[in-house]
Design a binder for this molecule. Structure first.
Ligand code: UGA
Length: 348
């Protein structure tokens, strides 16, 4: 099989590329603006990497899609702060570029495994979010936060509709995947990273940890290796079990509030030399969503996946609990930090 990944240097893209090269005989090509996460894979005989902008590389992308068995269009802007600050850019990249890719897949009869998002359920009131039965609940148009979710939801619907024209697809919805190499802990601008990386940066610099609206909102955190296991099963697609299906990929047992997350993370970091006293000085700082993200933001108060569909179709279940997921993620960044100690502005 030949696989093509757009956004191959991203958090999910690089982890998927690595798994494909390590565990299969498949050939792989991929494109991204940067290559820092791919360093160990560059030069691999079964991996062709192109550094470039998907806006400018359409002819090459078209060729890749034509030769591929499966395409993963993983290019996205995934930080809620950017949905609010750059809604048009989010629309252009997430919606317009991905729609082009989906149409190329249809044209070349190439199977597409498309990343939707847990965000499409929005402020759904269900206890767990189900692919077939849960309503998708967004706020008013003036709340730009929903432009990402709206773009992804519309793409889901377009892909679903292209079924009738023969598009072969699987749509997957990641629920707060976390792990090594997600965002950059050195980025100290509030809300610039997703929450685990953001909190880790604050803890390492001994800064107060901002809890939006007090941090009582909850998420189900999913370790990246579990997510990649699911994607590999979807790609392998035994007996066509994933054909034209939509699957949540998340860990319903790893629910915690954002305030609990800060506490768990603080305790883990305090196990590292030089941080033993971290918990005594740890300041959790409640901040209003309007102040933290701006008036275009609205939060999701609960988000927990129903994963029965993927378990029934492909026998997949997540294995990594929240404690282990956080320990492995933090362990990775601490190792990196030891290697590049001087790049941090504060802390021991
Ligand atoms: C994320 C992003 O939209 C995407 O990465 C993705 O599609 C999706 O969810 C997912 O991964 O399932 P969200 O979970 O709201 O959305 O993103 P985070 O930035 O990780 O924030 C999680 C929660 O922590 C939010 O309630 C946010 O308000 C809170 N938070 C974040 C804080 O309290 N303090 C911070 O410094 C940062």
């Amino acid at each position: 099989m030949h696989i093509h990944i757009l956004g191959v240097n991203g958090f999910i893209g690089h982890a998927l590329a690595r798994r494909i090269l390590e565990e299969t005989e498949w050939t792989l090509s991929g494109i991204d603006l940067t290559s820092d996460r791919l360093t160990p894979l560059l030069g691999h005989p079964r991996f062709e990497f192109r550094q470039g902008d998907i806006h400018r590389e359409r002819p090459w992308i078209d060729q890749q899609i034509a030769r591929s068995d499966i395409v993963f269009p993983l290019v996205a802007i995934a930080q809620p702060r950017r949905y609010v600050l750059e809604p048009i850019r989010v629309f252009e990249l997430v919606f317009e570029e991905n729609l082009r890719i989906v149409r190329m897949c249809l044209h070349h009869d190439t199977r597409v495994i498309f990343p939707s998002t847990s965000e499409v359920y929005g402020m759904c009131a269900d206890e767990t979010f189900n692919e077939e039965t849960s309503p998708m609940v967004f706020g008013p148009t003036s709340k730009e936060r929903w432009i990402y979710a709206s773009a992804k939801q519309m793409l889901d619907r377009i892909i679903w509709a292209y079924r009738t024209e023969g598009l072969r697809f699987t749509i997957f919805r990641p629920f707060n995947w976390i792990g090594p190499n997600q965002d950059d802990t050195r980025n100290d601008e509030p809300g610039s990273s997703r929450v685990v990386t953001q909190f880790l940066g604050h803890l390492l610099r001994r800064e107060p940890v901002p809890l939006v609206e007090g941090g009582q909102q909850s998420r189900s955190f999913t370790y990246i290796s579990d997510g990649i296991d699911a994607l590999m099963r979807i790609a392998e697609n035994p007996d066509g079990a994933a054909d034209n299906r939509i699957f949540n990929i998340g860990n319903p047992d790893n629910v915690c509030t954002i305030a609990e997350l800060a506490d768990h993370m603080g305790r883990i970091v305090s196990g590292y030399p030089g941080y033993e006293d971290l918990m005594t000085g740890l300041a959790l700082q409640p901040v209003s969503a309007g102040v933290f993200y701006g008036p275009g933001y609205q939060d999701v108060s609960r988000r927990r996946p129903d994963i029965a569909a993927l378990t029934a179709a492909l026998g997949w279940r997540p294995r990594v609990g929240i404690q282990e997921a956080l320990e492995c993620t933090i362990g990775h960044y601490m190792k990196d930090r030891a290697l590049a100690r001087t790049e941090y502005t504060a802390g021991p």
